[in-house]
Design a protein around this ligand. Structure first.
Ligand SMILES: Cc1ncc(COP(=O)(O)O)c(C=O)c1O
Length: 395
């Protein structure tokens, strides 16, 4: 047993610091090499014919992408992980891997918006039908399952409104009817929720967010259990999708500090969320770790932490004024940037667009403002938010 093999039993930050790459496998260098590759040369014709060498072509993996995939497998407890060029690709590839024409997929209504567009446009064109379900449905999802339902896609907490889902109940029902279950687990990362331990077959991550952590990389990962890995692996090879060596390297580098960054994101976000609860101008705070949040019990039962993104609902009775008040809030911010994505070191804010919802309808109390709490000093962030609330109030 080498030093590397002993890592799985250690604490999470020890594992994050050492998983994926064994320094002794590459001259003792602490970090893996960044291998830029298409062609791999074979030693002789027989090896070329049998393809029995470890590496065969750049799209099928390199020492750099393997190091990242091994680290993610270690965190997820998965049989295999594929690396993709974005988080959105990490959603679309597993769908393509397990669905065929004539199949039906159940998708949570609070899903990441572009996932819905992929289902409603591309999957629909390929003869696959999607039905959107209430995130709080739990075991009652059984009523929506059809004989041709092959996949139940979950995302918890939901995008922008953070509804929790009863993942163990959904996986039990789905599996009972022969359907696989996928989960977009980007919010929690495998540090705060391990989907495969709760019965999920395919765990999806926009590694763009917390693993990369610095708003300079797009990358996605999908990790599968033993039974689902062959289909996922085959689809990925057929589609020719692969993460670049530089971005894979940087994401592995990001993983090394993800535990300590997440602790800070968690602490600051909770502190700010609590300070905003009940504050004039704020109708609701949508954060699963708050006792007041409707899905809090599920979060407490299944998750072991919360990350740095949540929403507030501004208290704006007049629906006609939602847009103007939200814009006044956003325009008054000086530390928070106005931009998409999250999980980076810096704070961001967005006025959430929930117009595509069909079941989990937008709150009536006012516009939803999503806050990504970065690594800045939380006191400064709170002052920025309070100024923005005052500006929204005055608008
Ligand atoms: C929950 C969730 N999943 C997937 C993605 C897609 O990630 P990417 O931006 O890397 O395509 C995002 C991006 O915001 C997201 O919020």
């Amino acid at each position: 047993m080498n030093k590397h093999d002993k890592i799985p039993n250690k604490g999470i930050n020890t594992r994050l610091a050492h998983s994926g790459h064994d320094p002794q496998s590459y001259h003792g260098f602490v970090n893996p090499p960044v291998v830029h590759a298409s062609t791999v040369l074979f030693a002789d014709a027989a090896t070329m014919e049998s393809r029995k060498s470890k590496y065969t072509y750049g799209t099928h993996g390199t020492p750099t992408t393997d190091a990242l995939a091994a680290a993610i497998d270690e965190l997820e407890g998965s049989a295999g992980t594929i690396i993709l060029p974005s988080g959105l690709a990490a959603v679309s590839v597993p769908f393509l891997a397990v669905l065929s024409a004539g199949d039906h997929v159940l998708v949570v209504d609070s899903v990441y918006g572009p996932t819905r567009r992929f289902c409603d446009d591309m999957l629909c064109r390929y003869g696959i039908e999607a039905t959107y379900y209430n995130p709080m449905i739990g075991a009652e999802i059984e009523q929506l399952i059809r004989p041709n339902t092959k996949l139940v896609h979950t995302e918890a907490p939901g995008s922008n409104t953070f509804e929790m889902q009863d993942i163990p109940a959904i996986t039990e029902v789905g599996h009972g009817h022969g359907a696989l279950v996928s989960m977009d687990n980007t919010w929690a990362t495998p540090l705060y929720f391990k989907p495969l331990d709760h019965g999920v077959d395919l765990s999806i991550h926009a590694a763009t967010k917390y693993p990369a952590g610095h708003s300079d990389i797009l990358l996605g990962t999908v990790s599968a259990n033993e039974a689902t890995w062959p289909a996922l692996h085959a689809a990925n090879s057929m589609l020719g999708m692969c993460g670049s060596p530089d971005d894979s390297y940087m994401t592995l580098r990001g993983l090394r500090t993800m535990g300590v960054r997440l602790e800070r994101h968690q602490q600051s976000a909770l502190q700010i969320a609590r300070a905003l609860e009940g504050r004039p101008g704020v109708a609701k705070v949508l954060h699963p770790a708050l006792e007041s949040f409707p899905g809090h019990d599920l979060w407490k039962r299944d998750f072991c932490g919360s990350s740095g993104i949540f929403s507030i609902v501004l208290d704006v009775a007049d629906a006609e004024r939602h847009g103007a008040k939200a814009h006044a809030f956003l325009d008054a911010l000086t530390i928070f940037g106005l931009g998409y994505s999250w999980g980076g070191y810096e704070s961001l804010c967005v006025h959430a667009n929930l117009s595509d919802r069909t079941v989990a309808l937008p709150p009536k109390e006012g516009p939803v403002i999503r806050l990504q709490i970065g690594l800045e000093d939380s006191e400064d962030l709170l002052v920025d938010i309070e100024n923005a609330l005052a500006a929204a109030n005055a608008a």
